[in-house]
Ligand binder design. Structure first.
Ligand code: PAF
Length: 282
């Protein structure tokens, strides 16, 4: 695997790759890689000729500076995982390389109502930061395909909207959430949990499964409320347990029995904020 830190060097290599008419796949990450990321690289390797991964802990998407400070960094282990997954190139830029003119936003991304709900509501400015960095990365890497994990359901929608506006030729591929055997969604943030807390965190998956088992046409308010209470009972501080149309992310409080519904949850276990989602109908 080629490891590059400088944009100029990366572009030189990619120019050569593209002049050989090879198809490129790109997996943007913030490191602390796990099997979920590996599944994205594996898919990119299967679909394309040249898989590029980036590791960059993007300061502009953290609305909470403490969360940024505590974001796990495991670069040696990440390189090992990427090499084993057959990744062709790792882009490892510095903040200066990514944002030579400083961290301020030069573009405002018009994301509509999606940025005002759920993660957008609880993490103001987060999606502008995510779009800023992925826009920059797509300009640098110019891949044919972009691979994202469904675990960040709302982020996938936001980035699809951004890519459709600015990079219409890039195909966005959303890959299924990878889970531990007990159901816990793989997440870099799990690295901040003790073994006992990881066991406790399975409650997020169980809550989503509870919604899936119990959803019936009609009012959904009580179902969401009961699910949220289950999490509080298991020691979580809940930001939201919400149900939304899985195609538009419009929040719904009743179900006609046909609409495709996604349940989304965000909750803190101590000071670690975890999110998860599940298609619960349709
Ligand atoms: O999902 C992530 O790890 C990040 O939000 C992303 C897409 C790499 C942008 O920094």
């Amino acid at each position: 695997m080629i490891i590059v830190k400088a944009i100029a060097e990366l572009k030189k290599i990619l120019f050569d790759v593209k002049s050989r008419r090879l198809i490129t796949g790109f997996v943007p990450t913030m490191g602390a890689l796990h099997s979920g990321h590996v599944s994205l690289i594996t898919k990119a390797k299967k679909d394309t000729d040249f898989a590029v991964c980036s590791i960059f802990v993007n300061p502009t998407q953290f609305n909470d500076p403490a969360d940024f400070e505590k974001y796990p960094v495991t670069i040696e282990a990440d390189i090992y995982l990427l090499e084993n997954a057959g990744c062709d190139m790792l882009f490892l830029p510095t903040v200066k390389e990514m944002y030579p003119e400083g961290l301020q936003h030069h573009l405002h991304f018009d994301l509509g109502f999606i940025e005002t709900i759920l993660e957008g509501e609880y993490r103001p400015g987060h999606f502008q930061g995510v779009c800023q960095v992925v826009h920059r990365l797509l300009e640098i890497v110019t891949p044919h395909k972009l691979y994202l994990g469904q675990k960040d359901f709302q982020q996938c929608m936001v980035l699809k909207k951004m890519a459709d506006s600015y990079f219409p030729l890039v195909e966005v591929v959303v890959c299924a959430t990878v889970r531990e055997l007990n159901g816990l969604a793989m997440s870099s943030r799990n690295k901040r949990l003790t073994q006992a807390e990881r066991q406790q965190a399975v409650a997020l998956f169980n809550t989503l499964a509870y919604i899936k088992e119990n959803i019936v046409p009609g009012d959904l308010h009580n179902l969401a409320q009961t699910a949220s209470q289950q999490l509080v009972y298991r020691g979580f501080k809940v930001d939201y347990v919400s149900l939304a149309n899985a195609d538009t992310l419009q929040l719904v409080d009743s179900w006609d029995g046909k609409e495709k519904i996604v349940a989304l949850v965000a909750a803190f276990l101590k000071d670690v904020r975890l999110i998860d989602n599940m298609i619960v109908s349709g």
